[in-house]
Design a protein around this ligand. Structure first.
Ligand SMILES: [Zn+2]
Length: 87
């Protein structure tokens, strides 16, 4: 028999966190370290698992990034968006 599922507080927090993370991914790049949105023309460093860090936080990460992207203007629809979805 199925019961009505009641979200406990930790579950709710997790759900809100996921929602927030999803919104960030759908929008523009955001630094995974400091949370700052990099400026247009600034380089961002993309590491594995889609974590992106800004130039200021780059030294905090070990190893080489998968790729380096230039932050573009988003108003004209040229923004680089993450199209991959977590499997
Ligand atoms: Zn940063």
């Amino acid at each position: 028999m199925a019961r009505v599922t009641v979200l406990s507080e930790p579950d709710l927090e997790l759900a809100l966190l996921r929602k927030g993370v999803g919104a960030l991914v759908a929008g523009r790049h955001c630094c995974a370290e400091c949370g700052r949105t990099p400026l247009v023309g600034e380089r961002v460093y993309v590491f594995k698992r889609s974590s992106t860090v800004c130039a200021l936080c780059r030294p905090r990460r070990r190893g080489e990034p998968e790729r380096i992207e230039l932050v573009r203007h988003s108003e004209r629809g040229h923004a680089v968006r993450l199209r991959r979805r977590a499997a």
